[in-house]
Design a protein around this ligand. Structure first.
Ligand code: THU
Length: 160
């Protein structure tokens, strides 16, 4: 038996002010998208803004449903929209932010497992990393250089 060690290294920024300007501009777009969330059940509003290689920015927010599992996270709303509107255009970076109507979210909100899997599909296909920056409403911002850093041992089409 051998052991396999899997490591990821993320960057931690103390606040939005520490981010490069073009990233904080993208995060501001995630804030704006967050305000369009439809989240009457969780009251947890999430926004995602994706910068594409053609310099377009595609945003999304979580869209809930009375039939809970039918709702969709902000990240997948944005990624699917980008894939639908700009097929084949590479995604350079995504900024994600969450705000609760019940308390101040200070911990960085990292994408759920299903969103990681969806983002990984686009990253694998485009053969270029997608940078991820994610935060709560305020406080620290985490940066991952690739979806793979959030989803090791990825399941992708090469296995099929
Ligand atoms: N949510 C997202 O939009 N993105 C995530 O990565 C985690 C969770 C949404 C789903 C649901 O509408 C609400 O946050 C509470 O889980």
């Amino acid at each position: 038996m051998k052991s396999l060690k899997i490591t990821s290294e993320l960057e931690v920024y103390d606040s939005l002010d520490e981010l490069p300007r073009e990233v904080s501009v993208l995060m501001q777009k995630a804030f704006d998208a967050r305000d369009n969330a439809y989240a009457p059940y969780s009251q947890f509003n999430v926004g995602a803004a994706i910068l594409l290689e053609n310099d377009e920015v595609v945003t999304g927010s979580n869209q809930e449903n009375a039939s809970y599992p039918s709702g969709l996270c902000a990240e997948r709303t944005a990624f699917f929209y980008a894939g639908a509107k700009y097929p084949g255009v590479k995604m350079k970076r995504v900024a994600i932010s969450a705000k609760s109507l019940k308390h101040v979210v200070v911990a960085p909100v990292s994408p759920c497992g299903s969103c990681r899997q969806v983002m990984a599909e686009y990253e694998v296909n485009q053969e270029e990393n997608i940078e991820l920056y994610f935060m709560g409403e305020t406080g620290k911002v985490l940066k991952a250089k690739s979806v793979k850093d959030l989803l090791p041992l990825i399941f992708d089409r090469s296995i099929l």
